[in-house]
Design a protein around this ligand. Structure first.
Ligand SMILES: Nc1ncnc2c1ncn2[C@@H]1O[C@H](COP(=O)(O)OP(=O)(O)OP(=O)(O)O)[C@@H](O)[C@H]1O
Length: 336
């Protein structure tokens, strides 16, 4: 494994600047997730590291070595794509063994067999080694695709939304397994997604990308609790953070220049039926173990998470107050 570093990287396609002055280091053994909306430059960043694109400006180093001029095959990276790209005519075993059979590796048959079986166990596909890869479910195929990257023990794994084509249950399971495998192997991993749950649960650090720029890099907790601006605040949190004008809801101590208040569930306090009221319950979404309360206050809509037994009904008037919310200035930057 190795440290991977991007220094002041820019890349344009014609008029469109896909990546802008990006500086980012993925430490040896670290799991970094790039999170951003479509078109933010996430895939381009992975492709620049893999050598599938050349930067217009800046430097990529892997294990301290400058990659300028190095072909993709010479970079020692393993790429897992969104859509499993298996060899359909080969068995699971052969798909896993394929990357180890290149003449440059000179691995003996025993060593290949040992590694294939070890990785198959890791990704829990060892019971299907003799199956043709086309006879697998989507989740199994993606396990093989991930396994095929893992057998190689490269300097870095690059994964581009590897779980997005799977159903929610499988995605949840593989998310846990991938994190377990990564920590067991101590792999350096750069993972791209627009799924905030994947980012929150797997990343050592999350990088928030927007319009080709890295807006913030930090642990999931830092990004969630201390977003540098409105854009970052809106990327994490379920339900979405409420962005409301200053002065709408009482409570808190807005610093000078505050224009917008960011209020997540933990920043809102509901006081039902205490005589005074400033908000009305619009409707309640029952999710089973919890509910989303949709409220209206002076024409603004807010949503918050509540326990399913909170004693309110649609149409009820309630008192809503703020508790240590996030404050943003007119330029969208966070004020502390
Ligand atoms: N080969 C290309 N030719 C032209 N434009 C490209 C090319 N690759 C990427 N772009 C443009 O660069 C920008 C960033 O694209 P990129 O695929 O890196 O975004 P992304 O964050 O991975 O998006 P998504 O989540 O949709 O995959 C987009 O505006 C895209 O249209």
């Amino acid at each position: 494994m190795a440290e991977v570093s991007l220094q002041n990287i820019s890349k344009s396609f014609g008029e469109s600047e896909a990546v802008r002055n990006l500086t980012l280091t993925i430490r040896d053994g670290e799991f970094v997730v790039l999170l951003g909306p479509t078109g933010a430059g996430k895939t381009t960043t992975l492709r620049l590291i893999a050598g599938l694109e050349r930067p217009d400006k800046g430097r990529v180093t892997i294990g301290g070595q400058d990659m300028a001029g190095a072909a993709p095959a010479g970079r020692d990276v393993a790429f897992v794509f969104q859509q499993y790209s298996l060899y359909p005519h080969l068995t699971v075993y052969e798909n896993l063994a394929f990357p180890l059979r290149s003449p440059a590796r000179r691995l003996g048959a025993d060593e290949i067999d040992r590694r294939v079986r070890e990785v198959a166990r890791m990704v829990r596909i060892d019971h299907k080694l003799e199956n043709r890869s086309t006879r697998l479910s989507g989740g199994e195929m993606q396990r093989v695709a991930i396994g095929r990257a893992l057998v190689r023990k490269p300097s870095i794994y690059l994964m581009d939304e590897p779980l997005s084509s799977l159903d929610a249950k499988l995605r949840g399971e593989l998310r846990l397994e991938l994190k377990r495998i990564q920590s067991e192997l101590g792999s350096t991993l750069l993972y791209v997604t627009h799924d905030q749950i994947e980012a929150m649960t797997m990343a050592d650090r999350i990088g928030i990308l927007n319009d080709g720029e890295l807006i913030q890099l930090g642990t999931p907790r830092e990004i969630y609790s201390n977003p540098v601006n409105l854009h970052v605040a809106a990327r994490l949190g379920q339900p979405h953070i409420n962005l409301i004008p200053e002065g709408l809801v009482p409570g808190g101590q807005p610093p000078k220049g505050t224009k917008t208040i960011g209020a997540r569930t933990e920043h809102l306090e509901i006081h039902p039926g205490n005589g005074t009221a400033n908000a009305e319950i619009d409707w309640i979404e029952h999710l089973g173990d919890q509910s989303h309360l949709h409220m209206r206050i002076a024409g603004h809509k807010l949503v918050t998470l509540a326990n399913p037994y909170v004693p309110v009904m649609p149409g009820d008037k309630i008192m809503l107050t703020l508790k240590d919310p996030l404050y943003f200035g007119g330029d969208g930057q966070r004020l502390v």
